[in-house]
Design a protein around this ligand. Structure first.
Ligand code: THU
Length: 121
C-alpha cells in the first residue's frame, strides 16, 4: 500500500493541470506485479482532459496488461475519490474486490460503486 502511495505522489508531480491547478497522481498495480502511473492531463478545450486514474489504466492497457489488483490515488486535497467516469473504467477491467486506496484507506470497487452498470449483466 505504501509503495503505491509513494508512486502516486511521484506521478502527481507530472500533472499537467494549468486550468484547475489541481494535481492528481495515480499508481495502478496489475495482477502480474507491474505498476503503471498516471497524472491528470488537462486541455484548453476542457473536454479532452483526462483524470490520473484513466491515464494509468490506459497506460497499462496500451502495454497489453488488463488485469488489476489495486490503485492508489493522491490529490492536492484529500480525500481525492475517483470520479464516476473513472469508476466506470475500473468496472470494465476489474473485479469487485479491486482495491482503491484513497487518503491511506482501502476501499473495494464494490464499496465505491455499487449498483454498477455493466453491459450484458
Ligand atoms: N481529477 C483526477 O485526475 N482524478 C480524480 O479522481 C478527480 C479529478 C482531475 C480532473 C481535473 O484535471 C482536475 O482533477 C480537477 O477536477
Amino acid at each position: 500500500m505504501n509503495e503505491l502511495i509513494v508512486l502516486a505522489k511521484e506521478a502527481q508531480k507530472k500533472s499537467y493541470s494549468p486550468y484547475s491547478n489541481f494535481k492528481v497522481g495515480a499508481a495502478l498495480k496489475a495482477k502480474n506485479g507491474q505498476i503503471y502511473l498516471g497524472c491528470n492531463i488537462e486541455n484548453g478545450a476542457f473536454a479532452p482532459s483526462c483524470c490520473a486514474e484513466r491515464v494509468a489504466f490506459y497506460n497499462a492497457i496500451t502495454n497489453g496488461v488488463t488485469k488489476f489488483e489495486a490503485i492508489a490515488i493522491v490529490g492536492d486535497k484529500e480525500p481525492c475519490f475517483p470520479c464516476g467516469v473513472c469508476r466506470q473504467v475500473m468496472l470494465e477491467f476489474c473485479d469487485k474486490d479491486f482495491k482503491i486506496i484513497v487518503n491511506n484507506k482501502v476501499y473495494t470497487l464494490e464499496q465505491m460503486q455499487p449498483y454498477a452498470f455493466k453491459l450484458g449483466e
